[in-house]
Write a protein that binds this ligand. Sequence first.
Ligand SMILES: O=C(O)[C@H](CCc1ccccc1)CC1(C(=O)N[C@@H](Cc2c[nH]c3ccccc23)C(=O)O)CCCC1
Ligand SMILES: [Ca+2]
Ligand SMILES: [Zn+2]
Length: 310
Amino acid sequence: NALQHVTGHGKGVLGDDKNFDVRCETSGSPCYLDDVNRKIQTYDAEKQDQNLPGKLIKSSSTTFNEPAGVDAHTYAEKTFDFYKKKFGRNSFDDKGGKLISSVHVGDKWNNAAWDGKQMLYGDGDGKVFTMLSGSLDVVAHELTHAVTENTANLQYWGESGALNESISDIMGATIDSKNWLLGEDIYTPDKSGDALRSLADPPKYKQPDHYKDRYIGFQDNGGVHTNSGINNKAAYLIAAGGTHHQVKVQGIGRDKMSAIYYRALTLYLTPNADFAEMRKAAIESATDLYGANSAEVTAVKKAYDSIGVN
Ligand SMILES: O=C(O)[C@H](CCc1ccccc1)CC1(C(=O)N[C@@H](Cc2c[nH]c3ccccc23)C(=O)O)CCCC1
Ligand SMILES: [Ca+2]
Ligand SMILES: [Zn+2]
């Protein structure tokens, strides 16, 4: 069958209308959540997590009545386009690798993940989470794990793991740039105004925002989802500015901040990098991009001073 690609339509998890690229048989039907240009395919795991990816989501027309799949597909396209347009990166591996997502993974699974090969999204239990692909920052978070694996490959425990997590939150909050929250669109559907994490104020959701308050222990791979708050705070301050622990940072904006972290991730960070190495890599990247005595380099130095990473 000819690789036709047409525009599909459908409502997302929050009931909003979305357009996205699909593939239809030459007869015009059925159509699939298969973006042949970007090589993004979205599957239905049918509430199990053993035989992945499951079934390629299809519809008898270009209209898809599958909100979780519509958002997983559309947000993967948006994240793909961000990396391509802003950094010239051709998919997560910079080789045009195929991006596979599965929705309805597990039974009311209150989580999502990149499993080393594909993205997985749970439906949530409807209390703690609604379908997790309904949040652009979550999709961008997961896809960024794939980028990290193909670049610095930050090991997923201890300080390198916290940095791995932080880079995913930073790119998530850059691509979903409406605020500095993570997961707010799908977290506690019955309650508004809360989120899974805040980069602006990590302690609001029980994350540290200073190196002296880091978690040292064995839970969650040594606290990768906890200590990410420390580097998240630094990234927030570099972008938005502010005074933290008596240190004043002049912000340089989200755009330059994310360019610094992307350069650090792809050129300087190594698999076992710790927070001290993150500081050096960010200074080096800002120096490359904006000059040794630039306001951008000063912002990076001050931000890391303010979180106790000197
Ligand atoms: O990608 C990640 O870092 C997280 C992947 C978690 C995971 C790891 C290994 C196997 C399965 C699942 C998923 C996300 C996450 O931050 N999960 C946290 C918070 C969380 C979500 N659901 C939970 C349920 C219970 C406890 C904590 C959580 C975690 O797993 O810690 C990222 C954005 C939103 C969900
Ligand atoms: Ca957000
Ligand atoms: Zn993560």
